[in-house]
Design a protein around this ligand. Structure first.
Ligand SMILES: O=P(O)(O)OC[C@H]1O[C@H](OP(=O)(O)OP(=O)(O)O)[C@H](O)[C@@H]1O
Ligand SMILES: Nc1nc2[nH]cnc2c(=O)[nH]1
Ligand SMILES: [Mg+2]
Length: 160
């Protein structure tokens, strides 16, 4: 169970995806992108725009039910990417690295890149943007909504 949470805003995610794209430029050109659904799809769309890449394949791996980890289950394979040659795999993050490892086995010649990496998954990546502590759960913009917080001085806010 995570001991803390890190919230990523849309702005931050966009900046981090652009930074990943600028690093990927020197590893390309790429024939296409393989997005790991669902979390990799928005980062992949931003990177595809920056790299002027229009061939996007997906691979669907179901590993987590909310914060609970289970056995990874591949429900769609990345047929169009062959053995991965000329492709870059994009995900939002690596945590244990189980999802990344499974996809790398399917696409051994692809480059693997993600926005955020926890220490256990970091060695499986070729590229990532920000390292996150292992016990922190990353909250993505699609997981969250702005919430009203009462002022400290209000009767219902602040100290109990
Ligand atoms: O390194 P791991 O421990 O395998 O965890 C990382 C994976 O977990 C999350 O996906 P999730 O399975 O929650 O599915 P989603 O992308 O559809 O939300 C995240 O998007 C990564 O794909
Ligand atoms: N949203 C989210 N999904 C995950 N899947 C595995 N680790 C994480 C995490 O830190 N945040
Ligand atoms: Mg995912």
């Amino acid at each position: 169970m995570a001991t803390s949470y890190a919230t990523v805003t849309w702005d931050q995610l966009h900046r981090d995806a652009r930074q990943l794209a600028s690093t990927l430029i020197s590893r390309g050109p790429f024939k296409g992108i393989v997005a790991i659904t669902r979390g990799g799809m928005i980062p992949a769309a931003i990177i595809a725009r920056e790299l002027d890449c229009r061939l996007i394949e997906t691979v669907s791996v179901v590993t987590y039910d909310e914060e609970k980890m289970g056995e990874p289950n591949v429900i769609k394979s990345p047929e169009a990417a062959g053995d991965g040659e000329g492709f870059v795999i994009i995900d939002d993050l690596v945590d244990s690295g189980v999802t990344a490892q499974l996809v790398r086995q399917m696409l051994p010649k692809a480059v693997f890149a993600c926005l955020y990496a926890k220490p256990a998954g970091r060695p499986i990546t070729d590229l990532f943007v920000v390292e996150v502590p292992q016990d922190t759960w990353v909250l993505f913009p699609w997981d969250t909504a702005p919430l009203f917080i009462p002022p400290l001085a209000s009767k219902s806010g602040g100290e109990d």
